[in-house]
Write a new protein. Structure first.
Length: 411
């Protein structure tokens, strides 16, 4: 009986000893003073030494949607330099061309990204020790349904007359007018104060109190990228454009005397006999800006409510030297089919000048005026029995006084 008892005590002692060993081993695994802790720290230090300190940032977070088409693909790096950026469309793997900056700190696409398109991007960089860093991102750009753009009525770099407003038409209804207007900056080298006016939720025009000064340069900054225009609608434009004011030409139509006087930069240069609208179809009064020029154009009475046949109807396929004055169809144009120029008014509301068929001559009144007019010149009609043209019928906001104009600003 004694031997078995000693045997059991021996087993118990062994168990205690083993327990002590197990306990010590456990402490060593979890960072105690044993050999196991020293090995872990060494591995951690080596990992840190091999890790690149370069930090790559892609403008659009991985998995995001509604990314900017202007800046969504931009890549930057700190504490290193970019060595390669590969960007492609997710659908068909089309490569997006771009370039790394000279200092190696940034990359951006060569062209504006497409809307409603998914892209995938991989950027690689190295730090000062040559250690490599990689960043990936897949994102989708904003869709047309959730974005808006503004279209300017003229062309970038164009030389225009002194009446040309900055007229911007939006493709979506804008409800946050203050945010949108605040993101558009219009300035003139003349130093004139420029104020915006909303005609409705889709049209915003800018102009000074008086016509632009001759020789001035007007610059427009559209900083609309990411600007909220309405619920669920953001802007996608980030662009700058300008136009140059060539001169100040105002041609005044005296309906009662059937004449037009052309004044350029304060000097009278020509008096022209005209034929304005008849008593039944009078020409609008007011200041009208030339918005289009056509050497020849078709004028179809059906498009403006007169029809093609009958006493009031007409359809002329080759009207010479035509220039638009209103959206509703008012033109100043050449007339070869006959009218009592200088003695009467017989048109359907346009201002007619004597001309020849084919628009081949510049010596006729119609040809001369066409050659001596530019987009943005002003034609002011006085003495007509009709009302004054509405400011939003064409580029004709000059028919609104300055206080009224400023009252339509959202800022």
């Amino acid at each position: 009986m004694t031997a078995p008892s000693r045997h059991r005590r021996g087993i118990a002692a062994t168990a205690v000893l083993l327990g002590g060993v197990l306990t010590l081993s456990g402490c060593g695994l979890f960072g105690g003073d044993g050999d196991g802790g020293s090995g872990s720290d060494a591995k951690s230090e080596m990992s840190e030494k091999n890790e690149s300190v370069a930090r790559i940032k892609v403008a659009s977070k991985d998995g995001s949607d509604g990314a900017s088409i202007n800046t969504g693909g931009n890549v930057t790096v700190s504490k290193g330099k970019l060595t390669q950026v590969d960007m492609r469309t997710a659908k068909d793997d089309t490569v997006v061309e771009g370039s790394i900056s000279e200092d190696g700190k940034s990359w951006k696409p060569k062209e504006q990204l497409e809307r409603a398109t998914q892209y995938k991007l991989t950027a690689t960089a190295k730090d000062g020790e040559g250690r490599k860093a990689v960043e990936n991102s897949a994102f989708t750009t904003v869709s047309p349904d959730n974005s808006f753009i503004g279209t300017y009525a003229g062309e970038d770099g164009q030389t225009v007359g002194a009446g040309m407003p900055v007229s911007i038409n939006f493709d979506k209804e804008i409800t946050d007018k203050k945010a949108v207007q605040s993101a558009i900056k219009v300035s003139s080298s003349s130093g004139q104060e420029v104020v915006g006016h909303w005609f409705d939720g889709k049209r915003l025009d800018f102009r000074p109190e008086e016509y632009w000064k001759a020789g001035s340069k007007v610059t427009v900054d559209l900083n609309l990228d990411g600007v909220k225009g309405a619920e669920g609608i953001t802007g996608v434009q980030d662009k700058t454009f300008h136009f140059n004011v060539g001169r100040q030409q105002v041609s005044t139509v005296d309906v009662k005397n059937a004449t037009m006087t052309v004044v350029r930069d304060g000097e009278k240069i020509k008096s022209i006999p005209i034929s304005a609208g008849s008593k039944k179809n009078p020409t609008y009064n007011g200041k009208m800006v030339i918005s289009e020029k056509h050497k020849e154009t078709r004028m179809d009475g059906q498009t403006v409510g007169f029809g093609r046949k009958g006493a009031e109807g007409y359809d002329i396929p080759d009207v010479p030297h035509a220039m638009r004055l209103s959206t509703s169809g008012t033109f100043i144009h050449g007339n070869y089919w006959g009218a009592p120029f200088g003695t009467g008014n017989t048109s359907h509301g346009c201002v007619g000048l004597k001309d020849t068929k084919g628009a081949g001559s510049t010596s006729t009144d119609g040809g001369w005026f066409y050659e001596n007019s530019m987009i943005g010149d002003i034609v002011e009609v006085k003495g007509s029995p009709d009302k004054t043209i509405q400011p939003n019928n064409g580029l004709n906001g000059w028919n609104m006084d300055w206080e009224q104009w400023k009252a339509g600003s959202a800022v």
